[in-house]
Ligand binder design. Sequence first.
Ligand code: NDP
Length: 280
Amino acid sequence: MEIMDGKNLSNIIKDDLRKEISMYVQTPILAVITIGDDEASKVYVNNKRKSCEQVGISFMHFDYLSEVKESVVINKIKELNKDVSVNGIIVQLPIPDHFNVEKIINTIDVSKDVDGLTNESKIKRMNNEESLVPCTTKGILELLDYYKINMESKRVVVVGRSELVGTPTYQECLKRNATVTICHSKTIDLGSITKEADILIVATGHKYLIDKNMIKEGCVIIDVGISRDNGKLYGDVNPDVSDKCSYLTPVPGGVGPMTVVMLLKNTFIAYKNQHGVKNV
Ligand code: NDP
C-alpha cells in the first residue's frame, strides 16, 4: 500500500505557485470572512493565512462576532466584490445557525468565488462552463493525477453528498468518465456498495465508518473526513484497510493540505482571469 502524501504534494504546488506569483507586480488578495467563535475554523483560517503568506498572496481577514447584523456582512461582501484589488472572497463555514448562509454565500461575485460555492458557480459547473472547482474536490483530483491514478471507466464511490465536498466530487468524477455512485446516511448496506469501488472517496465526518470488510482488494481510498476525539484527529477510514488497498490518504496530511493549497491556486486563477491573463 502506498500513502498518498498530500502534505508533500501541497508543498510542491506551493513552490510552483510562489515562483509564478513572484513574476506579477501586483499581489493577489484573498479576503476571508469569519462569523462567530468556531474553534476548528480558527485553526483552518490560520492555516490559510500562513499558506497565503508562503506563496505571496495577501490575506485580509474580516472577523465578526456572532451578534453582527447579517446586513453588515452582506454589505462587506458587496464592498469586496467592487474592490478591484481583491481577487478572491470566502466565508469560512460553519457560521452560526441564525444567519442565512445561502444568502451570504450567494452575495459573493462569481468571479471571486474561490470556494466555488455560489449558485452561479454551481450552474456553470453543471453546464460545463469554465468556473472554479471547490477546493477539496480539486485537491482530490490533483492527488489522483499526481499518483497517476486514472479514473476513466473505473467504478468510483463517493460517500457523503454535501454541497461542499460530496456533490462536487461526484460531478467532477463523472466529467472524468468514471462510473460514479454517491452514498449518504440513508444508503442501505453501505458496505455492499463501497466494496465495488476501484476508487473510494469518503467524506462523512464519522470516525472509522469504513473498514477493511467494506472495500475491494487493491482499491484506492481517499479519506476526506476529519473528526476530533480527545484532541486527536481521525479520518472516516479505519487504518485496518492498509493491508488490502493499494493507495490511501492519511489523516492528517492527505486531503487537508491539498484543500488549502487549492484555495491558493483558485485565488491565483481568479487573479489571472480578472487581469485578462489566459490560464495555461
Ligand atoms: P456534512 O456533514 O455536510 O456531510 C456529511 C455527509 O456524510 C452527508 O451527506 C451525510 O449524509 C453523509 N453521512 C453521514 N453519516 C453517514 C453514514 N453513516 N453513512 C453514509 N453517509 C453518511 O460534512 P462535509 O461534507 O462538509 O464534510 C465531511 C467530512 O469531511 C467532515 O469530517 C469534514 O470535517 C471533512 N472535511 C475535510 C476537508 C479536508 O480538507 N480534509 C474539507 C472539508 C470537509 P446525509 O446527506 O444523508 O446527511
